[in-house]
Design a protein around this ligand. Structure first.
Ligand code: CP3
Length: 356
């Protein structure tokens, strides 16, 4: 089926577009009353595992906000769950693994998941969403980066000091590497299956990339993202125009190593708001597209302020192709959807003059 709007796919490949495409990380979520209405009737994991519900909330921001892509409603933590870890969603506290990874035995016990069985609900949600969208916008698939997934598996939940995961990488690096290998392998199969099921582009979230020193980031995080991407590309077969699905990598908090990052294999690098797009573009824009990077909290402000800040992002990237507009991290749950619409409409209109 031909896509009516493939702006994000072209931008990710740095091909000409009439305007800058925009979508928003965590766009399928709690800031939308329509999401909360569905969520009031079902718990989070049930929503993830029921393709009709996942698909419904995936499409909501396309209908309500007018974004240029639909990211599939799911979570990065379904992979460790499929590897055999017990996941609980505690209301107000977020996701928790009740028995985090501690020993070699724990790692050996993890399964090699078969996406077509163990993660079938995600694949079904993608194909259903694709059918329902009927070519309006592309579907974005996603997964966590190996480092970020390892962090959750070892900490059991979010953390401030990351003591447990740091103890593992510094105290028993061999075990960390064997776990990273396992996660990388599982994630490559999973993302490839998402592409087979109908995802036209995928994003790898490395939310905890920024907690490592530059050297450790390369050893424990970047290296595995590189492996992950080359494995996805290998599983897809030789790059033809048809199948060369773009890959976006989001290394949150990584400000150094831009030159190395452009070699990670991703088509686009997503950056947070603490970087200037102009500088990032000068360093890596000849090789990769750039996604970002409005500060998510700008959306608390008045429409005129939101427009001014969005304009600065467009100007910082400058004229030409290869920019996907997004926030520098996920949208916050208490943002007014009206402000999100202001942003999306503004970028759609104003970005035209940056493309000739
Ligand atoms: O972008 C989208 O709209 C697609 C859906 C999506 C969710 N989680 C739904 C979700 C995506 C892409 C994610 C990714 C994710 N999940 C990340 C990486 C992105 C990032 O923001 O850094 C991380 C670290 C997680 C793990 C996770 N899931 C946490 C820490 C939490 C609790 C905190 C929070 O934001 O609520 C979740 C729960 C979660 N994932 C919700 C949603 C909509 C809220 C669940 C609810 O309705 O109560």
């Amino acid at each position: 089926m031909k896509l009516q709007n493939d702006l994000i796919l072209r931008a990710a490949k740095r091909l000409p577009t009439e305007r800058t495409p925009i979508w928003i990380m965590r766009q399928a979520g709690r800031y939308l009353p329509e999401y909360r209405a569905v969520r009031a009737k079902h718990d989070f994991l049930t929503m993830c595992k029921t393709p009709e519900l996942a698909s419904e909330v995936t499409i909501q921001p396309v209908d309500i906000i007018g974004v240029d892509a639909a990211i599939i409603f799911s979570d990065i933590l379904v992979i460790p769950e499929a590897m055999g870890m017990h996941l609980e969603m505690n209301e107000g506290k977020g996701p928790v693994f009740t028995s985090p990874i501690k020993t070699k035995d724990d790692v050996l016990k993890l399964k090699d998941p078969d996406p077509s069985k163990d993660l079938k609900f995600v694949l079904d949600a993608i194909s259903l969403t694709k059918k329902e969208l009927n070519g309006r916008v592309p579907v974005i698939g996603f997964a966590g980066a190996p480092w970020t997934i390892l962090t959750y598996m070892v900490e059991g939940q979010g953390s401030k000091s990351f003591s447990k995961v740091k103890k593992l990488v510094y105290g028993n690096p061999e075990l960390a590497h064997s776990l990273l290998e396992k996660i990388t392998k599982a994630t490559a199969a999973y993302l490839s299956a998402q592409i087979e099921a109908g995802a036209s582009i995928v994003q790898i979230f490395d939310t905890w990339a920024g907690i490592l020193s530059p050297r450790d980031y390369q050893v424990f995080a970047m290296r595995y993202v590189q492996q992950l991407i080359s494995e996805i590309k290998r599983l897809q077969g030789p790059a033809s125009t048809e199948k060369d699905t773009p890959i976006i990598y989001f290394p949150k908090g990584v400000h150094y190593l831009m030159h190395e990052l452009k070699e990670v294999g991703a088509d686009a690098i997503s950056v947070d708001w603490t970087l200037e797009l102009e500088k990032v573009r000068r360093k890596i824009g000849d090789k990769v597209a750039i996604q970002g990077n409005l500060d998510p909290t700008v959306l608390y402000a008045e429409p005129s302020f939101i427009k001014r800040e969005a304009r600065k992002v467009l100007e910082s990237f400058g004229k030409g192709h290869g920019h996907i507009f997004n926030l520098g991290h996920g949208i916050l749950p208490d943002i007014d959807p009206a402000n999100v619409k202001v942003l999306v409409n503004y970028v759609k209109e104003e970005s035209k003059s940056f493309h000739h």
